[in-house]
Ligand binder design. Structure first.
Ligand code: PMP
Length: 468
């Protein structure tokens, strides 16, 4: 990093800070605290790190927001983007028009995606990829002459985005407070979180119970009314929940039995985070009907999302329809050539540098080092895989009792880490880690040791204040 380029003078920093506080309504932000504290201003980034306006460097333990998979400062992406902007920065892809990056990326995604998932619809992010999946599924069943097959099933604590539809499918109850969701169309079944299972149940029994719940829900709504089941391979924003072994395969079988389409939301898990281009097949041995992805598709360098779907769906939605219907769905920026050029270069880098192999090795080391923190008094559970990990902090490891929310334990740990040059994400009483995928073993050691010191410090503070 060149501090001359990324640090800014105090007056400029103040100007940015005030403009931001007064006018930029940030996503997912508690404005009661924001109005006082404003934002940290970041002005530079390189490799695994970001730098604030004062020139202080932090190892980015959250990969931007689960997305900067190849790390920061990749000139090759900048060059590919600049080249595309100079060639043709934008043109509509409605109807019979295309550009080379949009076409080539679709073919590349079809090659990488499992099974017969050979068709790609583009949007600008994960929420829109999921909304597109819903519209595609509804159109599909309408064209098959099954207009009642419309209902969607998803899980409590699943996260699928922030548009009206995607937020309805999301099952994180906190995210629904103060809003309305589409309860006519979406049904939530319980979360397959092994840590919070009934202590009397084995993991196998727990799995059977959760799979049975899906089947019961389909039967309750009526198979003729149920269109799709949405699931992340590992639930991310709900607390990095890895379902019990065999869960995905068994839920897919239930879906097949009742002609319910299976949508695997790989917005976080695709493009290397778990050591595979797509986790559905390679980590969990399922070939879903639809995969939605975004984030790591461009490593966050530009916005892009994709809904990748099967030959079976394509054959129905692309054939001549009754009353001249066509799939009237799409966005100005569907297949934006500059975003697609960034994605192609990003995938080339992931493949050329063997980033999936790196994640299998160093990501496994990361997982093992963070799991060691499970021995600390505060840490009830360490879960996740490779570069996708959550620490659940509790007051009592035996009873799994939570700490009083007023203690804001997740925030305290994040602050203690930040002081030491590490960014981790607080999520209620938990902390999430989803760094860039290019961490070295030394970087991993820094993360593990910094987190340990921070958790020990926070534990002492909580004891002193009577929270533990
Ligand atoms: N699905 C999952 C699994 C996600 O984690 C997210 C975002 N964190 C989304 C969908 C929504 O993506 P976006 O914010 O790009 O709309």
């Amino acid at each position: 990093l060149n501090p001359k380029v990324t640090a800014v003078d105090a007056a400029e920093k103040q100007k940015v800070w005030e403009a931001d506080r007064d006018h930029f309504m940030h996503p997912w932000t508690d404005f009661s605290t924001f109005k006082e504290s404003g934002s940290m201003v970041f002005t530079g980034a390189d490799g695994v790190s970001i730098q604030d306006a004062d020139g202080k460097r932090y190892l980015d333990g959250i990969g931007g927001l689960w997305c900067v998979n190849i790390g920061y400062g990749r000139k090759e992406i900048a060059e590919a983007v600049a080249e595309q902007i100079c060639a043709i920065p934008y043109f509509s892809t409605f109807g019979h028009h295309t550009t080379p990056p949009a076409a080539k990326l679709a073919a590349k995604l079809a090659e990488l995606a499992p099974g017969d998932l050979n068709h790609v619809f583009y949007g600008c992010g994960g929420s829109v990829a999921n909304d597109t999946a819903v519209r595609l599924i509804h159109f599909y069943f309408n064209q098959l002459g099954k207009p009642t097959k419309k209902q969607i099933i998803s899980r409590i604590d699943g996260y699928h985005g922030s548009t009206y539809m995607a937020m309805s499918i999301t099952g994180v109850k906190f995210d629904h407070i103060g809003f309305d969701i589409d309860e006519q169309l979406v049904h939530h079944i319980s979360c397959p979180n092994p840590y919070r299972r009934d202590p009397g149940l084995s993991e196998e029994e727990f799995c059977r119970q959760k799979v049975q719940e899906l089947e019961d829900k389909i039967l309750e709504i009526g198979p003729d009314n149920v269109a799709a089941f949405f699931a992340e391979p590992i639930m991310g924003a709900g607390g990095v929940i890895v379902p019990p072994k065999g869960y995905h395969k068994a839920t897919l079988e239930v879906c097949r039995k009742y002609d319910v389409l299976y949508v695997s939301d790989e917005v976080v898990t695709a493009f290397g985070r778990l050591g595979h281009m797509f986790a559905s097949e390679d980590e969990f041995e399922i070939v879903p009907d639809i995969i939605t992805c975004a984030k790591g598709l461009t490593s966050g360098y530009l916005p892009l999302g994709a809904t990748i779907f099967s030959d079976r769906i394509y054959e129905v939605v692309s054939k001549p329809q009754a009353e001249g219907a066509i799939f009237t769905h799409g966005f100005t920026y569907s297949g934006h050539p500059v975003s697609c050029a960034a994605a192609l270069k990003n995938i080339e880098i992931i493949e050329r540098e063997g980033i999936c192999e790196h994640v299998k090795e160093v990501g496994a080391y990361f997982e093992a080092r963070i799991r060691e923190l499970g021995e600390l008094d505060l840490v009830g559970d360490v879960r996740g895989r490779k570069f996708m990990i959550c620490l659940e902090n509790v007051a009592n490891k035996e009873t799994k009792e939570l700490i009083d929310p007023a203690a804001k334990v997740g925030n305290r740990i994040a602050d203690a880490c930040q002081k030491r040059g590490l960014i981790v994400r607080p999520l209620a009483h938990m902390n999430i880690l989803s760094p860039t995928l290019i961490l070295t073993r030394e970087d991993v050691d820094f993360v593990a040791e910094t987190l340990r010191e921070s958790i020990v410090e926070v534990t002492e503070g909580l004891r002193a204040e009577g929270y533990l």
